[in-house]
Design a protein around this ligand. Structure first.
Ligand code: C5P
Length: 276
């Protein structure tokens, strides 16, 4: 089974107070983009990781399989191989997207027949971005990330954006620790001022992206990627090409309805469950 694990952007991200569990309350519009990893799942007796990438921490795809096996009370295994294209430490939800694809894929492969709500609950145990990506499509995410609902925004769907990732890996816990309540409310992403204080390259990336012609420029997640809107794929390529000289990652992508359970309803993007 081959699945597409779509990266996400936080179109908006409002950060509230610290909760009793130590996490922050969030409110964010999350949208999948066309950039994706490929996740291959194959029946196996054990959970086997065949991914050829050093994540520097636990592979969330494998963690997802372990947690789902435990919560579903099954003995099944799976061989997992992730082809990475989504950069790590980028605020693009790369690891979370792989985990979400594994949950949705194993729901079929292991014939669990779970609905999206039950899968979202397990997703929340893995990380804050996993529920949104299991749900798929453009969503409003709230709480610590575990509450997701569809967000109809036709102004976003199909728009081209340019992503620019400076050569810095942003640490999500470090950015949340640096966050001050007074950072909030002023912009589209409340974590942006804290991330810029810790990583000045992000401030530079925002300025370069804007100078190259992208509009409504902002950071996604806890960084380090910034993005802005452009008019269509031709302008997207032109802006991304103009930025590629800095040695950073610059990509034109399309904002989509992809990913998670959403693929079931949108045959134009369906890859899930396809056997190659
Ligand atoms: O859930 P996730 O693994 O993405 O969170 C990474 C870190 O980000 C957490 O350990 C925490 O420091 C911070 N975080 C937070 N509040 C959230 C989500 C993440 O403080 N709602």
């Amino acid at each position: 089974m081959l699945l597409r694990a779509h990266a996400k952007i936080n179109v908006t991200l409002a950060v509230g107070g610290v909760r009793p569990d130590g996490y922050h309350d969030l409110r964010s519009i999350v949208a999948p983009v066309s950039l994706c990893d490929d996740v291959a799942l194959e029946d196996a007796a054990e959970i086997v990781d065949e991914t050829d990438v050093d994540f520097g921490s636990e592979n969330l795809a494998v963690k997802a399989a372990r947690i789902l096996r435990d919560r579903a009370g099954v003995q099944s295994g799976v061989r997992i191989r992730v082809e990475k294209r989504i950069p790590c430490g980028a605020g693009l939800g790369g690891g979370s997207a792989d985990a979400a694809a594994v949950l949705v894929g194993l729901n079929s492969l292991w014939r669990l027949g779970w609905g999206v709500e039950r899968l979202v609950q397990v997703a929340a145990e893995i990380g804050s971005d996993v529920p949104s990506l299991v749900h798929g499509g453009i969503v409003m995410m709230e709480g610590r990330g575990e509450r997701v609902r569809p967000w109809t925004d036709d102004a976003l769907y199909g728009r081209t954006l340019v992503l620019l990732k400076p050569d810095v890996h942003a640490s999500t816990p470090a950015v949340y620790r640096e966050f001050r309540p007074e950072d909030g409310g002023g912009g589209l992403n409340d974590l942006q001022p804290a991330a810029c204080r810790l990583y000045p390259e992000i401030e530079q990336a925002l300025a370069r992206l804007e100078a190259a012609g992208a509009r409504e420029v902002r950071m996604t997640g806890s960084g380090s990627t910034v993005f802005g809107f452009v008019d269509g794929s031709g302008e997207g390529r032109r802006v991304a090409d103009a930025l590629s000289g800095f040695g950073w990652t610059a990509l034109a992508v399309v904002c989509g309805k992809d990913g998670g359970f959403q693929d079931d309803q949108d045959n134009t993007t369906i890859r899930r469950g396809q056997v190659r």
